[in-house]
Write a protein that binds this ligand. Structure first.
Ligand code: PNS
Length: 167
């Protein structure tokens, strides 16, 4: 249709692992955008628990019935990736005031680099406002339950990973 553009959003992150907070934000994003690309950072400096391939497979499996959710990896500057994908929006989740300063810095730096791409913040449902991948990994590795905080497939992957690593 003339003048109509596809609203494509990029939702970037480490997703190491995917939490139910991420899932909640992606589901909210599908209501606002025609297509949402979950863009998993391949960070060679950080040592993630899950490989990029494992993280991609997890998100694909969780959203297998939602064709408007795409999963991809990226390296380098996020705005370069977003421009390459012709995305008009970067989505980020905002849980608490503690997230705000880092997110503000990133959003303003990204805007300085690429003014035509807008960052949109979304709040997850209240039960997920304290959930982070870092805490999930820590609690799980120390024997605590992460039930309800991550998709069941992620719980199984955490168990398998810890068995393999012998921790
Ligand atoms: O889930 P995270 O780890 O908080 O996500 C951070 C991420 C991936 C969004 C951020 O580190 C990023 O965009 N990295 C790519 C490199 C980049 O563009 N850096 C400048 C950001 S202003």
């Amino acid at each position: 249709m003339t003048g109509q553009t596809t609203r494509l959003a990029v939702y970037p992150g480490s997703f190491d692992p995917l939490t139910n907070g991420h899932v909640d934000i992606i589901e909210r994003g599908t209501k606002l955008f025609d297509r949402i690309v979950v863009a998993i950072l391949v960070n060679v400096e950080k040592a993630p628990l899950f490989t990029a391939e494992e993280r991609v497979a997890t998100v694909r499996e969780v959203f297998r019935d939602q064709p408007c959710v795409e999963v991809d990896t990226f390296q380098g500057l996020l705005v370069d990736y977003a421009r390459h994908r012709q995305a008009n929006v970067i989505v980020r989740g905002l849980r608490a005031v503690s997230d705000f300063e880092y997110e503000l810095q990133m959003a303003l730096m990204n805007r300085r680099l690429t003014p035509e791409i807008e960052t949109v913040f979304m709040m997850p449902a209240e039960p997920y406002t304290y959930v982070s991948s870092r805490l999930v990994k820590e609690v799980f590795s120390l024997g605590g339950s992460v039930e309800g905080l991550v998709p069941t497939s992620v719980e199984a992957q955490l168990r398998a990973k810890h068995r393999r690593l012998g921790v």
